[in-house]
Design a protein around this ligand. Structure first.
Ligand SMILES: [Zn+2]
Length: 371
């Protein structure tokens, strides 16, 4: 059962009032319709298998399904995912933001197949991809992830469980109070909204940890599901724990958050690397021109989605480089980026999770002479 559709919208808002700020953020991130480029793609079903508002599941290939989230309609899943169904076994992708989200996807799988589930994969450790993991634990589904993902879930989210909300959010409230301009204040407010969501979700979740670590040195790994072969590959960029699922025979790739489709990329992670991420996107661009990408957030896309996020990175780097060369201090530069018209509809999850850290990281990469 899902936690959202049983309530009226008003009851839903009351029910999630503890999410207030985070809900306000999510409301501004609707999922756009499937692009016209994909209307003629024979792999992609034009209708959904299931649609619960907060997420829908669509066929994107032979035995391949994509789950796409619409945060404006609910917080159950938050990220995208999907599942692969072979003759002998299935693979589920993502743990989502809540166990109800993981359960929703499992139910969708069971409407098309009864094959045993070989595993579920967290594409990386972030909360919106892993806080539903306990669903897999309670259903005896082996949970796979990058070898360091379990530790990073514990290191990042268990401290929030013993913590007091006011204490965690205080430094962010202070930044709003101390902001030197309306722009800085708006940025600080967006960060507070996002952190409120991370806190509320992590604080109220029984953590589930991946029990099948994937050593990146031993990847790529081919998984035979029976007449369907998937390949797991690690790439640098978003979190230091990112694993992509490729189905080479059908040119379909589940990227996790290495692709934000029509969004500003979330770059805050301490292990995020802008130069590494841009190299990864260059690799994606070298995949077959008919490749279909299931991104971590945003709508399913073809190579045009890779072109677009590379342009976003180019634009951030271009503006940052001018400031760097003009000697603008990084503290100031991270707030000065101007969103061009071209990207004005791209959601910015929170300034301090996206553009701010992208600029900070670019500055340090340039200082270190890396890019
Ligand atoms: Zn992420």
């Amino acid at each position: 059962m899902n936690l959202v559709n049983g309530f009226s919208r008003r009851e839903f808002l009351a029910h999630t009032s503890c999410f207030g700020a985070f809900y306000a953020l999510a409301r501004h991130i609707p999922l756009p319709a499937l692009a016209t480029e994909l209307a003629g793609d024979s792999r992609v079903s034009q209708t959904s298998l299931v649609d619960k508002g907060f997420a829908a599941v669509r066929k994107v290939g032979n035995g391949l399904y994509a789950t796409t989230s619409d945060p404006s309609k609910g917080l159950t899943t938050l990220c995208n995912g999907g599942f692969l169904v072979g003759r002998d076994a299935a693979l589920l992708i993502e743990g989502f933001a809540t166990p109800a989200g993981a359960s929703f996807q499992m139910e969708a799988l069971r409407t098309v197949s009864q094959v045993p589930v070989k595993a579920a994969l967290d594409t990386h450790y972030h909360f919106d991809h892993s806080m539903g993991n306990s669903f897999y634990g309670s259903n005896n589904v082996p949970l796979w992830a990058h070898a360091t993902a379990a530790k990073r879930i514990v290191d990042n989210y268990s401290p929030l469980q013993g913590a007091d909300k006011e204490t965690v959010l205080a430094p962010f409230e202070k930044r709003i109070k101390d902001a030197k301009s309306d722009t800085e204040r708006a940025h600080a407010q967006s960060d507070l909204n996002a952190l409120t969501g991370v806190f509320q979700i992590a604080n109220s979740t029984v953590l589930g940890l991946p029990n099948h670590p994937l050593d990146p040195a031993k990847l790529p790994l081919s998984i035979d599901l029976g007449r369907l072969t998937a390949v797991l590959e690690p790439y640098p960029g978003h979190s230091g724990t990112d694993i992509v699922t490729r189905i080479p025979e059908q040119n379909v790739v589940y990227t996790g958050d290495l692709l934000f489709s029509g969004w500003y990329p979330v770059c805050f992670d301490e292990k995020a690397t802008i130069s590494g991420w841009r190299d990864t996107l260059k690799r994606f661009a070298s995949f077959d021109k008919g490749t279909l990408f299931v991104p971590g957030h945003g709508q399913i896309c073809g190579q045009e989605g890779i072109v677009s996020i590379r342009e976003v990175f180019d634009d951030i780097a271009g503006q940052a480089e001018k400031m760097y060369k003009a000697g603008v201090p990084v503290e100031e530069a991270q707030h000065r980026y101007v969103v061009p018209d071209k990207f004005k509809n791209f959601p910015i999850y929170a300034w301090g999770f996206t553009i701010g850290p992208a600029i900070t990281k670019l500055y340090s990469e340039w200082k270190a002479g890396k890019s």
